[in-house]
Ligand binder design. Structure first.
Ligand code: MOS
Length: 699
């Protein structure tokens, strides 16, 4: 790892560099890329949950004025690699879930394409589907590992024995719902295939990683990566759903290759995103806590049941945060999956940590209630000295500082622990707390190039800015690494023509790309000194950080919620939600606050509204639009604050910065549910916290 970079520009509250272009509509998104004479691609989706297409009659659709081609499993190009079944579009007649792509129409306008898609007549053999997730299924299986490669199960000591002998225990089951990423910009790709010179594919794709997308597309089509260019200057939100390529990218490329000379635009509709762009699995979390009367945990266990699709496994690492969060000598975490006839689950903001800090953090609140102990104090009492899983010390761990600072800001000290006793008019009022955590990661490889010309420095790297602020923060890192003013540095991202960069995932973007930039800046200065000639250029790549072998690295936080529940209707409001985080050096307070507030808002949304409801008769999400799938809006967000403590961590990377994109959503729902219990005395263990559940009418 390069030596620490001294902050001058890092830490400054700079406005977003891409802000003016975005608010003036000058930023071009994937579907708006100017191309000559594009065709529009509309998708035909399966209307059965499992079986096969037996016939496609496209005559009526093809006869429509403006239709250029209808792509079907019979006629479509054979892909070179179909190992990723999610991406093997139009490669067989099989249907694995309702909503899967079974045909596509190419037409001169979007409207004609959609009309023609409706006119494609598909017949099926219906084999009957199974989409019911239940912990009682007899076909649950143990995946080999859980995302992104953690052990599936862990055991330490004897939880059963501790549960049998402890004076105080909690044993409860908690559930989180199925959730869909709903970035404002839908998944979209503009594709152009040039046949000259062996063929060259250009994809303007809304993605969290241009190089990873290029690699996948090249593999699927059997192309050399240099035959593929992926460009993505702007992303209108991703949250993980654009972290891995979905079927739209492959279909757009396949369509462009089917009509050489005509670029193709493919944008998923909002409804299509509920089948084709990944989602967070629902989870069932059986929790066991055992404690001494003084609150010290003697055991903590989580047994998770969740779903995956039959055609491609994704195992959410829901049990992972329980492995390292609190000191308890006896620990168990397990994951079991049901493989169902459902769309393929994938990444959604803080996979694992987000759902996986719901059960444990509500269970801790229940334990505090049984012990008659303050829930902040209970957490502090179970602070581990080292990472319980690996035995390594933490590079820095300031959960306790976050809890104390949050309690101070929130006014927690005056809290009466008794539930259901505070009434303001028609509203019952309560407060609750939960912890947040997210691992501090960096990807293994990324390269940056520094170039000097005309008195300015230009840094290029194939990084992504999905609204997170990396376009603004990377110049701050580059300026400090070069020892120049941020105004003298341009950073260009989002193009495979730039040096290869990792995916914006796992809150690792800034750490990974920033480290590459620091190395490139160091190489540049070593080569050219402080007075570089015009056209001077140097590259650098992130180096292995040996500190990761000696230290466990995570960001921590604490969230405090005030909840008001209407005594008659059960309506839930959250007048206050405060988060305090410890995430290393905050490189830009403005973009950082936006990330943390955004995560907390998404957590509030998870607590109160969000759930994808599958109709088991048909196998699809019935509330597949923003009228029915409710997301927190401005009216839901009242006094919502994100703060941080001044944390110095010399071990994580040369910037001293931990990832902040995901931690904001971790723990929020538990804090809200705990506050709702304090308000009403009703303990809701299933999300979302809808009024029927608060009133105790449904489970
Ligand atoms: Mo994030 S869910 O790791 O893209």
């Amino acid at each position: 790892m390069a030596p620490p970079v001294q902050p001058r520009e890092m830490g400054r509250d700079l406005a977003r560099r891409d802000g003016p272009d975005k608010v003036r509509g000058l930023a071009t998104y994937a579907d708006e890329t100017p191309v000559v004479a594009p065709l529009y691609c509309a998708i035909v989706q399966a209307t059965i949950g499992r079986g096969a297409v037996t016939g496609i009659d496209a005559d009526v659709a093809a006869a429509l004025d403006g239709v250029v081609a209808v792509l079907t499993p019979d006629g479509a190009e054979r892909l070179a690699d179909t190992e990723d079944a999610e991406l093997a579009v139009l490669q067989s007649a099989d249907v694995a879930f309702r909503g899967q792509v079974v045909a596509a129409v190419l037409a001169e306008t979007f409207e004609v394409a959609r009309e023609a898609a409706d006119l494609v007549a598909v017949t099926y053999r219906d084999d009957g589907h199974d989409v019911r997730l239940s912990p009682d299924r007899d076909d649950l299986y143990t995946p080999e590992s859980v995302n992104p490669g953690y052990p599936t199960d862990t055991h330490e000591g004897d939880v059963a024995a501790a549960m049998a002998t402890a004076p105080v225990t909690v044993e409860r089951t908690y559930t989180t719902a199925m959730y869909h990423n709903n970035p404002m910009e839908p998944h979209a790709t503009t594709a152009r295939w040039d046949t000259s010179g062996g063929g060259h594919l250009t994809l303007w794709d809304s993605t969290q990683g241009v190089h990873p997308t290029r690699k996948t597309v090249a593999t699927v089509f059997g192309l050399d990566p240099h035959q593929v260019r992926v460009v993505c200057p702007y992303v209108g939100g991703g949250f993980g759903s654009k972290g891995t390529p979905h079927v739209n990218v492959v279909l757009a490329a396949l369509a462009a290759r089917a009509v050489p000379g005509r670029p193709v635009r493919l944008a998923l509709t909002r409804q299509q995103m509920f089948a084709l762009a990944g989602y967070r699995t629902p989870t069932v979390q059986r929790m066991q806590l055992a404690a001494e009367r003084d609150g010290r945990l003697t055991a903590i266990a989580i047994d998770v049941v969740e779903q995956t699709s039959r055609i491609k496994e994704f195992a959410e690492q829901t049990g992972v945060p329980t492995r390292t969060m609190y000191a308890a000598p006896n620990r168990r975490t397990t994951h079991r999956l049901a493989a169902l006839d459902v769309p393929v689950p994938s990444w959604m903001r803080a996979p694992g940590e987000c759902p996986g800090m719901f059960g444990p953090e509500v269970a801790l609140d229940e334990l505090a209630e049984r012990l008659g102990m303050d829930p902040v104090e209970l957490r502090i009492r179970n602070e581990p000295e080292v990472d319980t899983e690996t035995g390594k010390p933490f590079s820095s761990r300031n959960l306790v500082a976050c809890l104390r600072e949050g309690a101070r800001r929130f006014g927690w000290a005056d809290r009466d622990p008794r539930p259901g006793i505070r009434r303001h008019g028609d509203w019952l009022v309560g407060t609750g707390v939960a912890s947040s955590v997210y691992p501090t990661m960096a990807m293994a490889s990324s390269t940056a190039r520094v170039r000097f010309a005309g008195g300015r420095y230009t840094v290029t790297i194939g990084a992504a800015d999905l609204g997170t602020g990396s376009s603004t923060v990377l110049p701050q890192i580059a300026a400090d690494a070069l020892g120049v003013a941020v105004g003298d540095v341009d950073v260009l991202i989002g193009d495979t023509a730039h040096p290869e960069a990792s995916v914006a995932g796992g809150s690792s973007g800034t750490a990974t790309w920033g480290s590459a930039i620091v190395e490139a800046a160091g190489a540049f200065r070593d080569k050219f000194g402080a007075q570089p000639p015009d056209d001077a250029e140097a590259e650098g790549s992130i180096q292995p950080n040996e500190a990761t072998e000696r230290y466990a690295m995570s960001a921590f936080g604490a969230q405090f919620a005030e909840v008001a529940v209407h005594a008659d209707t059960g309506e839930v409001r959250v007048p206050r939600l405060y988060g305090v985080f410890a995430a290393g050096r905050i490189l830009n307070p403005r973009t950082a606050r936006s990330q943390l507030v955004g995560g907390m808002t998404m957590g509030l949304s998870m607590a109160l509204h969000e759930q994808s409801l599958v109709d088991p008769r048909f196998g699809h999400v019935v509330n597949h639009d923003l009228a029915e799938y409710h997301i927190a809006s401005c009216a839901d967000v009242a006094d919502l604050q994100a703060h941080w403590i001044d944390e110095r961590d010399p071990h994580v990377n040369p910037m001293g910065a931990k990832g902040i994109g995901e931690i904001g959503i971790v723990g929020t729902a538990a804090a809200v549910v705990n506050a709702a219990w304090h308000a009403t005395g009703v303990r809701v263990r299933d999300l979302p916290l809808t009024l029927d559940r608060v009133l105790g009418l449904t489970g």
